[in-house]
Ligand binder design. Structure first.
Ligand SMILES: Cc1cc2nc3c(=O)[nH]c(=O)nc-3n(C[C@H](O)[C@H](O)[C@H](O)COP(=O)(O)OP(=O)(O)OC[C@H]3O[C@@H](n4cnc5c(N)ncnc54)[C@H](O)[C@@H]3O)c2cc1C
Length: 537
């Protein structure tokens, strides 16, 4: 009996009300199946939720919507309709006391770096071409080979280490290869000087739900309920019971009051962190799989959202902060994402993003201390006077980034091999696969898992392995309108890395941008890009 027939009596079960979980549930529900979704938190959307404080809305980091996956883009548009707005983008990089335009402008970058440093960077790059490091095991080796050691040290190293909290020598080259393949200094410089039609149009605007990404996920939650599926909030799946022969039979879940209920399920689509899934299995997974689960590491994240008594303290959507003298990694201006995120037209909501580890000094600091730190750092950066900060709040996000250290790959492979012995269990999404997926690839893995449960056969683990991400490309790969979008330039690399703030990627990316592509000019005004092509369309 296949899962499709069983589902008529027993619901499919989805762990997690983030983008992946809700997408899997939507796919199954729209095909006529009943699905139970459980979400441990108070909001749907997972890391892509929209938080609110006194009417001010903000993301866990800024979440742009961009994708090369036609199906995902079509779904986004179907879900949001007119509520999907097109946002002009302006972002800069702050490094060494200077703001670098981002996307880079060659003149600005060279001016900021100065002639001597620019020449040094050029020679270092030539050196890396003549005598590349033969074996590229780690991020520093990978980046130095493509951009030169000096550029790596000037731009990539500080930011990357700020984001990931570990030395670049401990970050695997894999990560860079997955995120920024095809990128080279020459391509980046060329794009910066001559531009690139395909690229330029893509990087100046992005799509965004007018009330933030959570708006999309609240809509999916409501659709699911309207169609007869269930979304239970503040309910945590704690145990996954199986028959020991590759079939999940039931789950145990715990609601907000602490009541534990065991439920029979037709299948299980998981988006909780992969290691947690392994530990939830009953009977327990083999020792080697449990050991692999304990080797998976994460980088955590917090955002300090401050309310500022001025409407527009700076024009950017976000600014990457490479400089090591402050701890903040990226700063968001949420009015620039959507004016409707801010309830008072005379005020703004500025989000300072910090990368940390649960339990470290930043994570453990009180909200009041973090707001004071945010005020100090905004002043150091010359962005906002402390007197103008009138209020603030802090949101902590554990396990924001799956870490690609020297152990992760073998650990994920071991777990994956075991999970694949089940015929009605899929683990998808970002932490569900311990993979650096943005929303689009998180959603695609969920769609494919749902289709597998309905009789199709897709390799869920292959998504976002072979093809690069939008943000990782550098040049003009031609895109079709349905395959749309992702940019491709140095800028994107950098931006994206930072955008996602993936520890490793960010550093790399941003670093690349700033210096690698010596093209920057500080843009003091928001690009007037309404007429430009859609980034993701
Ligand atoms: C700072 C930052 C910026 C980003 N920027 C972008 C961007 O610009 N564009 C973009 O597309 N993507 C971006 N991303 C990535 C995006 O957030 C993720 O791809 C996406 O949220 C992953 O969706 P998911 O459903 O797999 O996982 P999550 O979003 O992690 O959702 C998983 C959900 O499962 C719930 N859960 C966990 N365990 C249990 C349990 N046992 N029982 C019940 N519920 C459980 C969690 O509470 C959570 O709600 C960004 C990520 C970060 C960290």
């Amino acid at each position: 009996m296949n899962a499709l027939i069983e589902a008529q009596e027993v619901p499919h079960y989805v762990v997690g009300g983030g983008p992946a979980g809700l997408t899997a549930a939507l796919e199954l529900t729209e095909a006529g199946h009943r699905v139970d979704v459980v979400e441990a938190g108070e909001l749907v959307g997972g890391i892509a939720r929209t938080e609110q404080y006194k009417g001010y809305r903000f993301d866990i980091g800024g979440h742009r919507f961009f994708t090369k996956v036609g199906e995902v883009d079509a779904l986004w548009k179907r879900l949001m309709g007119k509520d999907f707005i097109l946002v002009p983008r302006l972002s800069r990089i702050y490094y060494g006391g200077k703001y670098y335009a981002y996307p880079l402008k060659i003149g600005n970058t060279l001016t900021n770096l100065g002639a001597v440093e620019s020449v040094r960077i050029g020679f270092s790059y030539l050196g890396s071409r003549i005598r590349p490091i033969r074996q590229e095991d780690t991020l520093d080796q990978w980046v130095s080979n493509r951009f030169g050691k000096r550029l790596f040290e000037t731009f990539f190293k500080t930011y990357t280490e700020k984001v990931w909290g570990i030395p670049c020598t401990s970050i695997q080259a894999d990560w860079a290869a997955q995120r920024i393949q095809n990128l080279s200094l020459m391509k980046a410089v060329k794009a910066a000087i001559f531009g690139d039609k395909d690229t330029t149009s893509l990087i100046e605007e992005f799509q965004y739900p007018r009330l933030g990404p959570g708006m999309m996920w609240e809509r999916v939650r409501d659709l699911l309920r309207d169609m007869g599926s269930t979304v239970r909030m503040q309910t945590r799946c704690d145990a996954v019971h199986h028959d020991g022969a590759g079939r999940v039979l039931s789950v145990s879940e715990c609601d907000a009051e602490g009541n534990v209920i065991q439920r029979e399920v037709a299948s299980l689509v998981n988006t909780m962190p992969l290691g947690r899934l392994v530990r939830a299995l009953d009977p327990p997974a083999p020792d080697a799989v449990l050991a692999a689960a304990s080797r998976l590491k994460y980088r955590d994240f917090l955002i300090v959202a401050v309310i500022v008594d001025e409407p527009d303290p700076f024009p950017d959507n976000w600014i990457y902060i490479h400089s090591p003298e402050v701890q903040v990694g990226r700063i968001q201006n949420f009015r620039s994402w959507s004016a409707e995120m801010v309830p008072d037209e005379n005020r703004s909501c500025i989000g300072l993003e910090y990368f940390c580890h649960t339990g470290d000094g930043l994570w453990s600091a009180s909200d009041a201390e973090l707001i004071e730190q945010a005020k100090r750092e905004l002043e150091v950066l010359g962005l906002v006077s402390p007197d103008n900060v009138v209020d603030g709040t802090v949101i902590r996000q554990p396990k924001a980034y799956p870490v690609y250290d020297e152990n992760y790959k073998e650990a994920v492979d071991t777990i994956r091999e075991y999970i694949e012995t089940f015929d009605n269990l899929y683990s998808v999404g970002r932490n569900g696969m311990h993979r650096y997926n943005n929303q689009d690839h998180s959603m695609l893995t969920a769609m494919l898992a749902a289709r597998n449960l309905m009789g199709e056969s897709h390799d869920v683990w292959n998504v976002n392995v072979e093809r690069s991400y939008h943000e990782e490309f550098v040049t003009s790969e031609k895109t079709t309108s349905s395959d749309a979008v992702e940019p491709t330039t140095l800028h994107d690399v950098a931006r994206e890395a930072v955008t996602e703030s993936e520890p490793s990627s960010q550093g790399v990316a941003s670093g690349v941008s700033s210096s690698a592509s010596p093209d920057g000019t500080v843009q003091e005004t928001r690009p007037a890009s309404r007429e430009r092509a859609l980034e993701n369309a």
